[in-house]
Structure formats: structure tokens, C-alpha cells
Design a protein around this ligand. Structure first.
Ligand code: HEM
Length: 422
């Protein structure tokens, strides 16, 4: 795209995507436009920082999301899934249920429970969730900053509402963070993600996050961790309603693998169909539709000059549906990843969590949370589409439906255990 002030290049060739995200990542930092767009809410968070500051932040954050830690937070994810089943049960009588609102609720609950050991019913958590919803409504298309044909030096105008909701959210996160700092000092803090992050020192500098820095990071965990998982879950439920054969597979597997009375981390590895569905959902509806970078120096891409400062855009939406790479790219086929083509593309043309040094630190977390919540929901309910009410995907901060996703729910579990779990 050419504008009077800058040019944007969309890279959709696996070799170029690899070059930008992995091989020469430092030469393609996060775009300044995106940083300015998200600053009121995220401050100097790891999502928008670059260079040594970013590296310092990742050295503190990454250990909290290592494989072993997922096991520690798994019971909290389970509790969120059970709470979601109990919330949905009174709505499972054949009336249309707006699914995106429900998956947002459960994904935010997961974040609060795993990060701060409180559920979404907690007073501050509930207020923060409401403020997030208002914030998203006030600033619906965050990526627009990357596409606006305006010079970089022009101050971005944030609406009063955006600044106000961002201030409210940061204030609430500040309260939670300060309470936690006190609990850590008293030796009474629970072993959750925020305690881990607040007590981890950067191995290179010995520094920890101070309160303000922690607020920046928690803001991105709330935003990146909740919007993305919610989007993936809502599209997964829609696809399962559209493809009942796969829904029955996921339901049968969940009934077999999940014992409602016991939380077993080992159940996760048995949820193979659910995992395949979640993965295929993120191929067709990647929650983050594009990644925006900036060329730090002049480049030549496939014989074309790319000037310093140009926008370089990686779009999983396009790469995941690339007709010369994927067999039947628009078909929903969770079994494709078992085929030679699916395996090859998984390695070279599948990037829902990005790739390289800036890969999503929450990918392992999300690949536990997504299949688990999906299985708990499909174990409890049959989801059906409402004919003629098709969701239309649009790129907001994440890939959402233009007008919500409505499905009907019917309980699958017997009447004597109507809540399925208690
Ligand atoms: C299905 C769920 C998720 C998806 C699809 C997803 C996807 C992504 C993607 C694509 C990026 C890179 C964006 C870019 O380079 O422009 C990213 C970054 C990030 N994600 Fe996730 N994410 C998910 C869940 C989570 C969770 C649960 C957390 C934490 C609780 C999280 C925390 C982050 C953070 C902190 C970054 C910034 C990393 C950096 O720039 O170094 N994400 N995510």
C-alpha cells in the first residue's frame, strides 16, 4: 500500500515471514504506530517495547509461562471452565445465546484466577472486566493506527473515553498489584503467575519489576490473554456447531477423559480431538489478524525495494489460507495436521502465536486453556447454529464477528447431574 507518507508491504511468502520474524527479527522491530496506539492502556509493556527494555521484560516474564508452571495454574483454568458451564446451564433451553460475550467472560475469569488467584466475581476483577469492555468499545480497531496514511510524528489522538477507560483499568490493576506486593512482603502470597513474575529477578541485571512496570505487564496479560483466547473459543464453538461430526467427536472424548469430580492435569493430553479443533480454528480464524513491524534499514524483498521506515505486515489470516501452500485451504478439517501437507504447513505456514524471539509467551498457556475449556463446554452442551444467522468475521483488535455469534445450547449431561460437576 502506498501513501504519501509511508509504504506498507504485506509479506505472504514463508521464506520472507521467516526472515522478518525469526532470522533477522531485530531489524524489524514492532511498529512505532502500534506502540503509540496502545500506549494509554499498555504504558511500556512487553507487547510494544523494543530493544534492551523488551529483552529485560521477557527475561522476567518467560519463566512464569514455562511448561511446569502450566501444571500449577491448570486447576484454576479448570475452575473457570466449571464456572462457565454453571453460568450457561440456565441459558441452555433452545434460545439464542450470544457466544462471544460468554467466551470473553470465561477467558477473563481464567486470567484473574491464574494471575491473581481471584475469580471474576471479585469486586476489583468485575470492575476491571467492565472497564475493559468499555475500552474495547471506545477503541474498536486498534490496528487502524498502522494503516492510517498519517505521518509518524503526528500525535495520535485518543478519544477522551479511551484515555478514561485506560486510566480506570490501570487504577484497578494497580490496586491488585499493590495488594499482592504486600502479601509477598508478608509471606502470604499464593503461588500464582503474578507472585512468580513479581518475585523473579532479571538474571542479567538482578532487577525486578516495580509497581508501575508490573501494571504495564498485567495490562497486556489481561488484553492479549483474554481477547485472543475468547476469540479462538467463540470461533471454535461456531465451527463445532457447523460441523456436528467433529462436535460429537470432541464430546465423546471429553466424556471419556474428564472426571467431573477430579482435576487431572493428565486429562489434557487425552483431549486430542479438542486440541486439533482448536488448532484448525486458529488456522481459519487467527485471533491476531496481523503483526505490524517496521523496516529498520533499507531492504530488497523479492526484487522490490523496501525503504527504511516502511511498514512490514505479516498476516496469519492470508498465510493460513494460502492456496499454493495448503490443501483445501478454506475447508474446516482438524485432521489435516496428520497429513504430510498439514505437517509441512504447520512448520512453515502456521503462525497464530507469531514466531521467533517475539513469539507469544502465553502460547503453552493458551494451548492448555483453549482445548480444556472447549472440552468442558462441549461435554456439557450440544451447540447448534441458527440457520440464516451467519457470523461475518472482521478484524478488530482480534478477529471477531461483526455482529456477535449466536448459537443454541442443549444440555448433554443427565438431569440428576444437571450442573455436570457439583
Ligand atoms: C489463543 C490465545 C492467544 C493467541 C492466539 C496469542 C497470539 C499472540 C501473538 C500473535 C502475539 C504476537 C503479536 C505480534 O507480534 O504483533 C502475541 C504476543 C503476546 N502474547 Fe499472546 N496470544 C494468546 C494468548 C496469550 C496469553 C494467554 C497470554 C498471557 C497470559 C499472552 C501474552 C502475550 C504477550 C505478553 C505478548 C507480547 C510478547 C512480545 O512482544 O514479546 N498471550 N500473542
Amino acid at each position: 500500500m502506498r501513501t504519501p507518507f509511508f509504504r506498507s508491504y504485506l509479506c505472504n511468502d514463508p521464506a520472507l515471514v521467516k526472515l522478518v520474524l525469526k532470522q533477522r527479527a531485530p531489524d524489524f522491530p514492532k511498529s512505532e504506530r502500534i506502540r503509540v496506539g496502545l500506549k494509554p492502556l499498555l504504558g511500556e509493556s512487553v507487547f510494544i517495547s523494543n530493544g534492551p527494555l523488551w529483552a529485560h521484560q521477557r527475561r522476567i516474564i518467560d519463566p512464569a509461562f514455562e511448561g511446569g508452571r502450566i501444571r500449577t495454574v491448570f486447576p484454576a483454568m479448570w475452575d473457570s471452565g466449571v464456572a462457565a458451564v454453571n453460568r450457561l446451564m440456565p441459558l441452555a433451553d433452545g434460545r439464542p445465546v450470544e457466544i462471544e460475550a460468554q467466551t470473553s467472560h470465561v477467558a477473563m475469569d481464567v486470567i484473574f484466577r491464574t494471575l491473581f488467584s481471584v475469580s471474576i466475581e471479585h469486586e476489583i476483577a468485575d470492575a476491571a472486566f467492565q472497564a475493559f469492555r468499555e475500552h474495547q468499545a471506545a477503541q474498536p480497531v486498534a490496528n487502524i493506527a498502522a494503516l492510517l496514511p498519517l505521518p509518524k510524528w503526528l500525535p495520535r489522538i485518543h478519544s477522551r473515553k479511551t484515555r478514561m477507560t485506560a486510566r480506570t483499568i490501570r487504577g484497578l490493576i494497580g490496586e491488585l498489584t499493590e495488594q499482592r506486593a504486600k502479601a509477598i512482603a508478608n509471606g502470604t502470597a499464593p503461588d500464582d503467575l503474578s507472585t512468580k513474575i513479581m518475585t523473579t529477578e532479571d538474571p542479567e541485571t538482578g532487577k525486578r519489576f516495580n509497581t508501575e512496570e508490573m501494571i504495564d505487564q498485567v495490562a497486556i496479560f489481561f488484553l492479549a490473554g483474554h481477547e485472543t483466547s475468547a476469540a479462538a473459543l467463540s470461533w471454535a464453538l461456531y465451527l463445532l456447531a457447523r460441523y456436528p461430526d467433529w462436535q460429537e467427536k470432541v464430546a465423546a472424548e471429553a466424556l471419556e477423559a474428564i472426571d467431573p469430580d477430579k482435576i487431572y492435569f493428565s486429562a489434557l493430553s487425552k483431549l486430542r480431538a479438542s486440541r486439533a479443533v482448536f488448532r484448525e480454528t486458529m488456522r481459519l480464524y487467527p485471533p491476531v489478524p496481523m503483526y505490524v513491524r517496521e523496516a529498520a534499514c533499507s531492504e530488497t524483498f523479492r526484487g522490490r525495494k523496501v525503504k527504511r521506515g516502511s511498514q512490514v505486515i505479516l498476516s496469519p489470516w492470508h498465510l493460513h489460507r494460502h492456496e499454493r501452500l495448503w490443501e483445501r485451504p478454506d475447508a474446516f478439517d482438524p485432521a489435516r495436521f496428520e497429513t504430510p501437507n498439514g505437517k509441512e504447513c504447520l512448520r512453515t505456514a502456521y503462525i497464530p502465536f507469531s514466531a521467533g524471539p517475539r513469539v507469544c509467551p502465553g502460547s503453552g498457556f493458551a494451548m492448555a486453556e483453549g482445548p480444556l475449556i472447549l472440552s468442558l463446554l462441549v461435554r456439557a452442551f450440544r451447540f447448534d447454529v441458527i440457520e440464516g444467522d451467519e457470523p461475518v468475521p472482521v478484524a478488530h483488535l482480534t478477529v471477531r464477528s461483526a455482529d456477535g455469534i449466536r448459537l443454541t445450547l442443549t444440555p448433554r449431561i443427565s438431569n440428576d447431574r444437571k450442573d455436570g460437576f457439583k
